[in-house]
Design a binder for this molecule. Sequence first.
Ligand SMILES: Nc1nc(=O)c2c([nH]1)NC[C@@H]1CN(c3ccc(C(=O)N[C@@H](CCC(=O)O)C(=O)O)cc3)CN21
Ligand SMILES: CC(C)C(=O)C(=O)O
Ligand SMILES: [Mg+2]
Length: 280
Amino acid sequence: MAENETAPYAAPAPARYRTVHLQRAKDEGRRFAMLTAYDFQMAQVFDEAGLEVVLVGDSAANTMMGLSTTLPMTLEQIAVYAASVVRGTRHALVLSDMPFGTYEVSPQQATENAIRLVKETGVAGVKIEGGERFAEHVRMLTDAGVPVMGHIGFTPQSENVLGGYRIQGREEGAAERMIREATVLQEAGAFAVLMEMVPSDIARQVDEALRVPTVGIGAGPHTTGQVLVWQDMLGLRAGKMPRFVKRYADLRTVVSDAVTEYRRDVLEGTFPAAEHGFDS
Ligand SMILES: Nc1nc(=O)c2c([nH]1)NC[C@@H]1CN(c3ccc(C(=O)N[C@@H](CCC(=O)O)C(=O)O)cc3)CN21
Ligand SMILES: CC(C)C(=O)C(=O)O
Ligand SMILES: [Mg+2]
């Protein structure tokens, strides 16, 4: 598609996406796309591709640090990733996850740490895992000037309570509970609510019940926005992928083949060639 030519479902890109643009998308029946990013250059690529929202996810614990859960990630660690991503973007809205242990204890703890993230990294808002039990946190954060995205359904920071990585909302009355959790977040000031591994029909009901936009991952096609972890959707991650992932590229093979070729050239002496060197 030619530059400046926009798809019929897209709105003209603003100088910099803000939460109001996501609200406008929902109000006008448009969708938006979000990916995680953790570093300067990937963020730059996503931004230049027109991605509306970049999330500095605590999934960095898995994808960048090789940890098996997100629980060990600290505020200082996510701040390094977040500052890098902000430096790589000009148009996207950049949000950061609040890591496990940086917000749960009190609205004050949440607000102090979120303000640190905003001041030290330049992110435009934060995401916290949990529903109505964090309503007061969301209220204080929003009042302090930090936009909050809620996150319900499967919340990986609570995996030890939830009993593993699994779909949420299969129990009796789950739809009503999910709608209540999301509505309480909205009324507390959340600008959006993310749903992870929620049955599609429940996610649709939640999106319809809310005024604010929803974002899905493993939540079906009826949310306002969609998010994936970039290493999953670009095929960099090894091993079995969650059901909700669609692979748009095979970067693992692309990189592996290039490194194999580079190594062979070096070992055979065909790289570096004359043109890669300098004359005296
Ligand atoms: N690389 C990566 N991708 C993610 O999507 C992701 C992270 N890391 N880290 C943080 C959370 C954890 N998430 C995950 C991780 C694994 C499953 C998973 O294994 N799902 C299986 C089982 C589902 C079930 O049994 O109900 C699936 O097939 O979807 C789901 C969500 C999503 N987030
Ligand atoms: C999977 C998304 C929603 C997330 O929270 C993360 O990447 O940490
Ligand atoms: Mg996360």
